[in-house]
Design a protein around this ligand. Structure first.
Ligand SMILES: Cc1cc2nc3c(=O)[nH]c(=O)nc-3n(C[C@H](O)[C@H](O)[C@H](O)COP(=O)(O)O)c2cc1C
Length: 199
C-alpha cells in the first residue's frame, strides 16, 4: 500500500532554501551534482546554486568542462542539497536545459574582477585539465590581466545549466524522535505524486 498525495515539493524545497539563506547557513547555496563519466563511474562535484524557481535549479557551468561533456553524452544525473541549519536534504533529477539569457550576461559583468578572471582563464586553459604546476595558472592569469584589463566578454562556453525537476526526494531529520520524514515525489505534468519512504 502506498501513501500518495498531491502537493508542490519544489515550492517546499525553494522555501527550505530561502530559510537556509535567512539562517545564514554557510552551505545554503552549494549543491552536489553527480553525473556518469565516460567509463560509467559516478563523478560528483559541488556547484553554486544561482537561482531556483518553479522552472528548476540554475547553475553556471563551463560547456567544455568534464561535467558538461558528461551530461551531453549521458543526461543521467542527480543533485544533492543539504542544509545543516534545517537538517533537510533533497535529491533532485530532471530535464537538463541550457540558457544564456540577457540577465545572465549582464549579471556576469557585475561579478568581482577575480571571478571574471577565473572564468576567462578557462578560455586559455581547459577546465579540469592537468597542468605542470600552479605557476602555469599564475602565469596565465598575469598574461590575461595584461591582455584584458577589465574583462567584459562573457566566455562563450559559460552557460546557465538548468535542472527542471521531475523527481525529488526530501528528507527532514527529526532530532526529537528520530522518526525522520522522507518522501519521494514524481512529477506527472503539472502534478506531483508523493510517496512516503521508510527513513
Ligand atoms: C563551494 C564550491 C562551489 C562551486 N561552484 C561551482 C559552480 O558554480 N560552477 C562550476 O562550474 N564549478 C563550481 N565549483 C567547482 C566544481 O566543484 C568543480 O571542481 C569544477 O566545476 C570542475 O568540475 P568537472 O571537472 O566535474 O567539470 C565549485 C566548487 C566548490 C567547492
Amino acid at each position: 500500500m502506498s501513501d500518495t498525495r498531491r502537493a508542490d515539493p519544489l515550492a517546499s524545497l525553494i522555501s527550505c532554501w530561502r530559510q537556509a539563506q535567512f539562517l545564514k547557513d554557510p552551505a545554503a547555496n552549494f549543491v552536489a551534482l553527480a553525473t556518469l563519466d565516460e567509463s560509467g563511474n559516478p563523478a560528483t562535484r559541488m556547484l553554486t546554486l544561482r537561482h531556483m524557481d518553479d522552472k528548476g535549479a540554475v547553475f553556471y557551468v563551463n560547456a567544455d568542462s568534464p561535467k558538461s561533456l558528461q551530461l551531453r553524452a549521458d543526461t543521467r544525473h542527480e543533485l544533492l542539497f543539504f542544509w545543516t541549519s534545517l537538517m533537510v536534504s533533497a535529491r533532485m533529477r530532471g530535464e537538463i536545459r541550457y540558457r544564456r539569457d540577457p540577465s545572465f550576461l549582464e549579471g556576469w559583468r557585475q561579478k568581482p574582477l577575480g571571478s571574471r578572471y577565473a572564468d576567462r582563464l578557462h578560455t586559455r586553459l581547459a577546465q579540469s585539465a592537468a597542468i605542470a604546476s600552479r605557476s602555469v595558472l599564475i602565469d596565465e592569469l598575469a598574461t590575461l590581466r595584461e591582455v584584458e584589463p577589465n574583462p567584459q566578454d562573457v566566455p562563450d562556453a559559460l552557460q546557465e545549466l538548468i535542472v527542471a525537476p521531475n523527481w525529488l526526494e526530501i528528507l527532514r531529520i527529526s532530532d526529537a524522535d528520530r522518526l525522520h520524514n522522507r518522501t519521494a515525489w514524481v512529477r506527472n505534468g503539472d502534478y506531483w505524486k508523493g510517496q512516503t519512504l521508510v527513513p
